[in-house]
Ligand binder design. Structure first.
Ligand SMILES: *Cc1c(COP(=O)(O)O)cnc(C)c1O
Length: 470
């Protein structure tokens, strides 16, 4: 028997020769010779190692040529395709922090496209023909929406709190209830950010109970601010209470100490009919008399990542003059998207154009209809998988509305031959990735967070799953 002769490293052609092969030409027309040549060096280094280790499968020259070009093309597509890609969020978590939080409205997307394609009046006053300020766009809408004297935007709500604390309370004391010294997520802790801002934390009350008198007793000439933080991602039940905002407003006025409220989400749409009535509303807080409120632009508001600061003009002027503002300010794309999002609320307080609000409004019956249509799309495909429509719940997420669930309809998938986690992995490895929940050995698909235009891709992913199972 003739053993196939194994190839040695010396038989690999030179890089220059390979770059002359017609199979490589398509890569050279799409990128520089240097880029392709670097990829080729990597491919050849690996191949040489495999030949030395005796694990390369190629046994003749044409196999070798094929292998080199295949690997080069593979390397090219791996290193030139973006890693940040769209996914199908079938988890039913509307504001999924790991999946980019709020998807933007059509109008916000269009405004981003326009602001990024062309020049704009970002910092130019077209009426006066002189230098303008990028603050004016969002300030104008927020004044109308919230009834505040002034509003500013920074990169996110964490930046907003930091900037407020650093401006108004550096080297002074900030009063905060022990029940509000919370961790928001990803190790973002209110006490840490307070310390970094240069403010001294003066804890008042206890974890479960804080009274107005607890604040009152420690107010001194060192006190710069009363900070109230919405405990957004957890709920205290039982023997617990904290003062109402109105009580703190009275104390703030009587003692001339500003009251700042970190609302977390900042909910402008009316979600009471969904059982969501304890999310702080920035307009209501300003009306009640909070000096300054801050909240995220990409939580319940449904806009781009940003932190909105609204309230008293005197205080906000100081915040604006802080040199750190420049380091934390938003770019033109965020400005464009946020202005569009806020204008949608101004036109129509129901905000029915905002995807986050639309998703929250979807009824279980509508979601069930869509789920049935998806299962109909799979009908006739023989499978060892069991698909069922069951009742369940969706979550709003994003550290807002803790404990609130929205009733929904779910596609539950169970397999006779593989585990739920294997099915979840299979869906996740699909292109585009389908992200589902696993509960009680079932994979759950919630269409609340799947865009209708993604349903065809979802059906294709499920068909893939079915054929992988049979
Ligand atoms: C989410 C949240 C923040 C942080 O907001 P980001 O926009 O993510 O920086 C701060 N405070 C509270 C209460 C929050 O819920």
């Amino acid at each position: 028997m003739n053993q196939p002769r194994s190839l040695s490293c010396r038989e690999i052609p030179s890089a220059d020769r390979i770059l002359g092969w017609p199979e490589v030409l398509p890569l050279l027309t799409r990128s520089s010779r240097k880029f392709v040549s670097n990829l080729l060096t990597k491919v050849l280094t690996n191949l040489r190692q495999e030949l030395r280790d005796g694990i390369a499968e190629e046994s003749d020259h044409s196999g070798l040529r094929q292998a080199i070009t295949n690997r080069l093309h593979m390397e090219f597509s791996l290193s030139t395709r973006p890693l940040l890609v769209r996914v199908i969020n079938a988890t039913g978590v509307v504001l999924h922090t790991n999946l980019g939080r709020a998807p933007l409205s059509r109008e916000a997307q269009e405004r981003i496209a326009e602001a990024s394609t062309y020049y704009s009046n970002l910092e130019f006053d077209l009426k006066q023909g002189s230098r303008g300020r990028r603050d004016v766009f969002v300030d104008r809408v927020l004044q109308k929406l919230l009834g505040c004297q002034k509003a500013l935007v920074v990169n996110n709500n964490a930046a907003a709190i930091f900037l407020i604390l650093n401006t108004l309370a550096e080297n002074g004391e900030v009063l905060i209830s022990r029940g509000e010294l919370i961790e928001i997520g990803d190790s973002f802790r209110i006490p840490d950010i307070m310390r970094k801002s240069g403010a001294l934390i003066r804890e008042v009350g206890t974890t479960n109970k804080t009274r107005v008198s607890d604040y009152e007793e420690v107010i001194s000439e060192r006190t710069r601010m009363i900070l109230r933080v919405h405990p957004s991602n957890f709920r205290m039940e039982g023997f617990s209470s904290r003062p109402s905002l109105a009580d703190l407003v009275k104390l703030s006025r009587d003692s001339s100490v500003p009251l700042i409220e970190d609302q977390g989400s900042g909910c402008l749409a009316d979600l009471k009919s969904f059982g969501i009535d304890d999310e702080p509303n920035p307009k209501a807080s300003i009306e009640t008399g909070a000096s300054v409120v801050c909240f995220s632009g990409d939580k319940l508001l449904g806009g781009p990542q940003s932190g909105i600061i609204a309230g008293d003009a005197d205080l906000l002027d100081k915040v604006r003059r802080n040199s750190l503002f420049r380091a934390l300010r938003v770019d033109k794309l965020t400005t464009a998207a946020l202005e569009a999002t806020l204008l949608a609320y101004l036109r129509n307080c129901e905000a029915s154009e905002i995807p986050v609000v639309q998703m929250i409004h979807l009824s279980p019956a509508t979601i069930e209809q869509r789920a049935r249509a998806i299962l109909d799309g799979l009908a006739g495909t023989p499978s060892t998988l069991e698909f069922k429509i069951i009742e369940g719940t969706s979550m709003i997420g994003g550290g807002s509305t803790p404990g609130h669930c929205l009733p929904t309809s779910l596609i539950a998938i169970r397999s006779l031959s593989s585990s739920a986690s294997q099915i979840e992995t299979h869906l996740r490895h699909n292109t585009p990735s389908v992200l589902a929940r696993v509960e009680a050995e079932r994979v759950l698909i919630d269409l609340r967070t799947v865009f209708p235009e993604q349903e065809a891709d979802l059906v294709a992913a499920l068909k893939n799953l079915v054929s992988a199972q049979s």
